[in-house]
Ligand binder design. Structure first.
Ligand SMILES: [Zn+2]
Ligand SMILES: [Zn+2]
Length: 103
């Protein structure tokens, strides 16, 4: 087993893994935060499924029924009452309007 310097730039700690214990933990923590916010791998996968459909045009925002412009950014909306459920693509104004409400 070789010992090498921690992968984190500027960290001189020697480790048998890719990062020292401190930076390993920091990485895990960052990953956890991302998933607590509801934007984990599952979210990315759902978005990737919708992306080509939205790009074709004619997809309505599930909140306001406005047809999404494929040239504009869009969000994948969650159910207001159950954050584990996805409702579908929504326009940016609708997403912004509800962002502050979900606490
Ligand atoms: Zn380190
Ligand atoms: Zn909308």
């Amino acid at each position: 087993m070789t010992v090498r310097v921690c992968l984190e730039p500027g960290c001189p700690t020697l480790t048998r893994r890719t990062r020292c214990a401190d930076h390993e933990r920091a990485k895990d923590k960052a990953r956890g935060t991302r998933q607590e916010r509801g934007y984990g791998a599952d979210h990315e996968a759902r978005r990737a499924e919708w992306a080509p459909i939205v790009a074709q045009g004619g997809v309505q925002c599930w909140r306001c029924r406005e047809v999404l412009d494929p040239a504009l950014p869009w969000h994948l909306g969650h159910d207001d009452h159950d954050r584990t459920k996805y409702r579908g693509p929504e326009c940016v104004p609708c997403n912004t309007a509800t962002a502050g409400r979900s606490a």
